[in-house]
Design a protein around this ligand. Structure first.
Ligand SMILES: [Zn+2]
Length: 69
């Protein structure tokens, strides 16, 4: 699915299984865990939509994303 790129603010692609985030505009390529940490550290506006995720993991890379539906 398309998500907002944290670097260039254009449309990045989130893998359906949340395994990776890639942006063809700025060559962003990171895991979803890294993406969550990146946006939470660099853009406070993301904290709202990512609140559930970062709240349960403390911002660390989760070993599982099974809680995501
Ligand atoms: Zn980008």
């Amino acid at each position: 699915m398309k998500i907002k790129c944290p670097k260039c603010k254009k449309a990045a692609e989130l893998a359906p299984d949340y395994s990776s985030v890639k942006c063809e505009h700025c060559n962003l390529d990171m895991s979803y865990g890294e993406y969550v940490r990146f946006v939470s550290q660099h853009d406070s506006k993301y904290s709202d939509i990512l609140g559930d995720y970062t709240g349960t993991t403390g911002g660390q890379t989760a070993g599982t994303l099974d809680e995501w539906d």
